[in-house]
Write a new protein. Structure first.
Ligand code: F0G
Length: 464
């Protein structure tokens, strides 16, 4: 195993506790087998998300003390805006309290019922916000992403040929925007190459369709371009980031990931008319234009965090740590989406538990087993999250993969914590044929995974 050390030392610690196996059993039952209902203090290693769960630096905490909490035109907004302009290059930057509000504000202004929004792969909130406005989210991921074992270096790419076909089929008038999600969270945190960004933009230009980035993990994407794409190894991360966004007409970002903050986000655009419309709606639902639902100190933390996320030593450690977890799982016979992506390891639960069909949610069986075995919280990214019903036949369409995401918070856990996870999965592997599926007993219309209740099947399936 390659040895590599954190490029920081620990200044503040937060105790965590592994409660007893009996208590874990009680807690998961009380939670109706929905991991979102388990209290944080009953979790030992929390890999539910890398969103808003990172550790801020001493530099960011120092900046928090410089919060200017004026309602209008606070000094931190100036710093926030100049930083974002320097890094992303757009004309207007509108702060919001988190990414999904950016989606809501933009889609409320550009999506009409019956419109289509293509994306390499929508994250669940972009999908839900598109549907909420009467639009159809369309995923046009490249074919390489369909093979979980393919080592293709840019499995987050858009299928550009399919995109062009799709636009010709539906007509550009029905497509108010196209998105690239960097990195592509829902297909394994896989990066998008610069060549693919360029090619996507070229197709969209033919039809006058704007390109937006969903940039939650933009720095990790830029790092992969530097490491994996010909012609970029001698370019700096910030330079790569600037090139990426130079092809865009706008950006939506949840700063809770590569902004290295616990709360925040923004919209970046060039279109003055759209900026005014978004601002008007934003004042209604988020706050004044220069704070957008955040405190002045939060804007300061984002301005500082964005630059820290571009530090190559930080990015090298981070991607190596995620890779380490992936390798330790594979060594133990646990199938994952290969190669490991930027922010998480995705266990291929469909492959791991072939005896549990998508209708019984094999990903959830792994999620619950990890909690029972080691107090680990993970997240199902499979048919619980993405099952859809055909509007005419009512037939279920299941997710293409039944995955479990082990998202690694930034600058929070050591490699020893991640070894605990790998060792728990090794134990689970030895009794995996005894795991059972689940039935949904309660669910909501949108984003059901957050609130649903489940019941565990009584017995092990003998055939699928
Ligand atoms: N876009 C992407 C690619 C995301 O991963 C997320 C959030 C959002 C948008 C929405 O941002 O949470 O600030 O409102 N992803 C989190 C996750 C929740 O766990 O992957 P938000």
């Amino acid at each position: 195993m390659e040895h590599f050390a954190e490029p920081y030392r620990i200044k503040v610690v937060e105790p965590i506790n592994l409660i007893s196996r009996e208590e874990r059993e009680q807690r998961i039952r009380e939670a109706h087998f929905n991991i979102f209902n388990v209290k944080s203090r009953h979790v030992f290693i929390d890999l539910l998300t890398d969103s808003g769960t990172g550790a801020m630096s001493d530099n960011q905490w120092a900046g928090m003390m410089l919060g200017d909490e004026a309602y209008a035109q606070c000094a931190n907004y100036e710093h926030f805006e100049s930083t974002l302009r320097d890094v992303f290059g757009f004309k207007y930057f509108i702060p919001v309290h988190q990414g999904r509000v950016a989606e809501n504000l933009l889609f409320s202004n550009i999506v009409k019922p019956g419109d289509y929004i293509p994306n390499n792969t929508h994250f669940d909130t972009t999908r839900a916000n598109t549907l909420h406005k009467g639009g159809y989210p369309v995923d046009l991921i490249c074919s390489e992403a369909r093979d979980p074992h393919s080592q293709y270096p840019f499995k987050g790419n858009m299928d550009v040929a399919r995109l062009e076909e799709f636009i010709r089929e539906k007509g550009a008038a029905k497509i108010p925007a196209c998105f690239l999600t960097v990195t592509n969270n829902s297909t394994g945190g896989q990066p998008v190459s610069m060549a693919n960004i360029r090619a996507t933009k070229e197709v969209l230009d033919k039809f006058g369709i704007p390109l937006y980035f969903d940039a939650a993990r933009f720095a990790e994407n830029a790092y992969f371009i530097q490491q994996r794409e010909a012609g970029y190894k001698d370019r700096t991360i910030i330079d790569i980031v600037r090139e990426m966004f130079s092809y865009g007409d706008g950006v939506l970002m949840s700063a809770k990931k590569d902004g290295l903050v616990n709360m925040g986000g923004f919209i970046g655009i060039n279109d003055a008319e759209l900026e005014e419309k978004i601002t008007n709606l934003m004042i209604l639902i988020e706050g004044f234009r220069t704070y957008g639902g955040l405190a002045g100190r939060d804007l300061e933390a984002i301005a500082r965090g964005i630059y820290e996320a571009l530090d190559p030593r930080y990015l090298e450690f981070r991607t190596k740590q995620v890779k380490l977890l992936g390798e330790e799982l594979m060594k133990r016979g646990v199938p994952i989406i290969e190669p490991t992506g930027g922010h998480a390891v995705f266990i291929n639960a469909g492959e791991f538990l072939p005896n549990i069909p998508p209708s019984e949610f094999p990903g959830q069986s792994v999620v619950i087993a990890l909690y029972r075995e080691g107090g680990i919280r993970s997240c199902e990214i499979g048919s619980i999250m993405f099952e859809s019903k055909d509007p005419t036949t009512g037939k279920s369409e299941y997710a293409p993969y039944e995955l479990v995401r082990l998202a690694v918070p930034r600058r929070v856990y050591t490699n020893a914590h991640l070894m605990h996870v790998a060792l728990c999965m090794e134990k689970i592997r030895d009794y995996k044929d005894k795991l059972v599926g689940f039935d949904i007993v309660h669910q909501s219309k949108y984003l059901r995974h957050f609130t649903l209740k489940l019941e565990e099947k009584k017995s092990v399936r003998t055939s699928v």
